[in-house]
Design a protein around this ligand. Structure first.
Ligand code: SF4
Length: 225
């Protein structure tokens, strides 16, 4: 499987923010968000071919309970079934981060779904139509939220995007507000803080959660942090 990077850091977003974690980042994605903060796994995928065994050796050497499988789109990678089964059997806490458009029967203590709204489409790109066609897969979302403990993380670019989140959630009435996190589309601290101010008002009025992006706050979206 193509792996972009493995690194030890802290979880920057969502329920486990601040928790020391080892990140395994797969390379390759079926979407092309214009704001993708890991273009080296989507627009221009790079990495190294790795075996499940070599990844387990590398990950376990950190002696860290929490492991985050991220991407790219990790659910495209069939070997993750075996990788997550073996890591779970070894007692690790596993978070799988996905856009929720591809289904795969992985092991996960937390399925961290980041649905892609209309605000993610790369307008003017040859990818725009393909991206739009693929970005919302309700059957996959229904399966993931039925079978896993989960959170939903929405990337918000402008205040108008909140209406899109409401429409999205209308399709899944089983989702309760405390599972919904909004986070600002921002790759530097100043923009993150500016957007988080009006985002705070939006989450207050809906009972949702505001997610920090601690890695951006601390390191400004530097690769491998
Ligand atoms: S789904 Fe994630 S990895 Fe894929 S293009 Fe969008 S932001 Fe990037």
């Amino acid at each position: 499987m193509l792996i972009a990077e493995v690194f030890h850091s802290i979880q920057g977003e969502g329920r486990y923010v601040g928790v020391p974690s080892v990140f395994v980042r797969t390379s390759g994605c079926n979407l092309r968000c214009w704001f993708c903060d890991t273009p080296y796994t989507s627009w221009d995928p790079e990495g190294e071919q790795r075996t499940v065994e070599s990844l387990i050796d590398e990950v376990t050497a950190f002696e860290c309970e929490h492991i985050v499988i991220t991407g790219g789109e990790p659910m495209l990678v069939k070997e993750l079934v075996s990788l997550t089964q073996q890591l779970a059997a070894a007692g690790h806490h596993l978070t799988v981060e996905t856009a929720g458009t591809v289904d795969l029967d992985v092991e996960a203590d937390l399925m961290s779904i980041s649905p892609k709204l209309a605000n993610s489409t790369p307008q003017g790109s040859e990818w725009a139509a393909r991206h739009d066609e693929r970005r919302h897969q309700p059957v996959v979302i229904h399966r993931l939220i039925a079978d896993y403990d989960y959170q939903l993380k929405f990337v918000i670019d402008t205040p108008n995007d909140a209406a899109d989140v409401e429409c999205w959630l209308d399709q899944f009435p089983q989702v309760t507000a405390e599972r919904v996190y909004l986070m600002a589309q921002a790759i530097n601290r100043d923009l993150l803080r500016e957007k988080s101010v009006w985002l705070a008002d939006i989450v207050k009025s809906h009972g949702w959660r505001l997610s920090p992006r601690l890695h951006v706050e601390l390191w400004g979206n530097t690769r491998g942090t």
